[in-house]
Design a protein around this ligand. Structure first.
Ligand code: SF4
Length: 369
């Protein structure tokens, strides 16, 4: 990965003025340059030298560890899903969502496949291969940041809610968070970042003790141990009382609100009784409930709740004094919404991402240079 220190060392070793190191960092991470050749302030011989050394594999000159190989754009242009190839050939997906209120949110993956196998989640059907490195997580964010910068837009939120369970990969998760918060890269504020867990109770406590203000979301999805076990196998390992005790610790330690994610599954967890049970479970907690309309996947036995059912569920929570809202779901038509990421809808290509100037928001096309 590029760092100022590495670039300074490179410059010194090749008799290049030190100020070039800063110039390169600025161009790549603040202005959106995709390659050294894109940096107009560098001389042609210097661009050539940097490209040659990077092409020969110099680790300190690699702009990214994730290579975009295909993209799809939703019909309303709000959502861009990218299939990334990793250095070992494995693939993951990341999604950029543009909301009308100005939010530019990126959802990134933390693992290749997910071993937790939640019953409603398309990502859980992917074979688990490995956890991502911290560079692979941070580079997804950097990629989208550059993508937006080329369109004169700024990335302002990051959620770790793509493929995988981030808390299974805790050390790399922490390093990726530190990287995207580092001003030499994106300098994103901690409060603009949310890490989502399916319920690894001991890591929730560890996360509470971290010295930063990154938000936490817990994918609860069921109000009882019995139902949770049915749809989330991780519930067998971390039972509801232990989980809620960890949540309590998190809230008391950080004094921050936790978000409970609750996907609305028709006839599974969307009854009025479930709503009352949920209200009872979390009553008095500093929290917010995000009701998530279920997005179509190939999982036959799971269907989304009706709109009216979601409204009634939300009303029960609100009447019990629980702040609850229903999530606006973007990117359903390109299988980029919650629970839909499955590395499926795209064909691998070898060409790189074009700049926005050349090819703004291609519609459901593979990328071409
Ligand atoms: S919901 Fe999250 S934890 Fe569960 S299978 Fe999908 S990606 Fe994994």
């Amino acid at each position: 990965m590029l760092t100022l220190e590495n670039l300074k060392t490179f410059c010194a070793a090749h008799d290049i003025p030190a100020f070039r190191a800063k110039q390169i960092m600025q161009a790549v991470f603040q202005e959106g340059a995709e390659s050294f050749s894109d940096i107009s302030t560098l001389s042609a011989p210097l661009k050539k030298l940097l490209e040659e050394k990077a092409g020969a594999g110099a680790p300190e000159l690699q702009i990214s560890t994730v290579k975009p190989t295909a993209q799809e754009v939703s019909s309303d242009n709000s959502t861009v899903k990218i299939l990334f190839e990793l250095p070992d050939g494995a693939t993951i997906e990341g999604v950029l969502m543009r909301f009308n209120d100005g939010r530019r949110t990126v959802c990134i993956s933390s693992e290749v496949g997910c071993p937790l196998k939640c019953k409603f989640c398309a990502s859980g059907t992917l074979r688990f291969k490995r956890s991502l490195t911290w560079e692979e997580m941070a580079d997804q964010v950097m990629y989208f940041s550059r993508y937006l910068k080329r369109q004169k837009e700024e990335l302002n939120h990051v959620v770790y809610m793509g493929i995988g369970e981030p808390f299974r990969n805790y050390t790399n998760l922490m390093k990726s968070l530190q990287t995207i918060m580092d001003p030499q890269y994106i300098g994103l504020g901690a409060r603009k970042i949310t890490v989502s867990t399916a319920g690894i109770a001991d890591k929730i406590k560890q996360f509470a003790d971290e010295p930063f203000q990154v938000n936490l979301a817990l994918s609860l999805h069921a109000p009882t141990q019995e139902l949770r076990e049915k749809i989330m196998p991780i519930a067998l390992r971390f039972k509801l009382p232990e989980l809620m005790e960890a949540v309590d610790y998190y809230i008391k330690t950080t004094k921050r609100r936790i978000s409970f994610e609750y996907v609305m599954l028709k006839g599974v967890n969307d009854s009025a009784e479930c709503a009352h049970q949920l209200a009872k479970l979390i009553k008095g907690m500093l929290c917010h409930v995000n009701l998530i309309p279920y997005n179509a996947t190939d999982i036959e036995e799971m269907k989304g709740s009706e709109k009216q059912t979601i409204r009634e569920f939300q009303d029960i929570l609100n009447e019990a004094g629980i702040p609850a809202t229903t999530r606006v779901s973007l990117g359903q038509d390109i299988a980029a919404a919650c629970g839909q990421l499955a590395n499926k809808a795209q064909k691998p290509v070898t060409s790189a991402i074009p700049s926005y100037k050349n090819a703004p928001l291609l519609k459901k096309k593979l990328l071409k240079k």
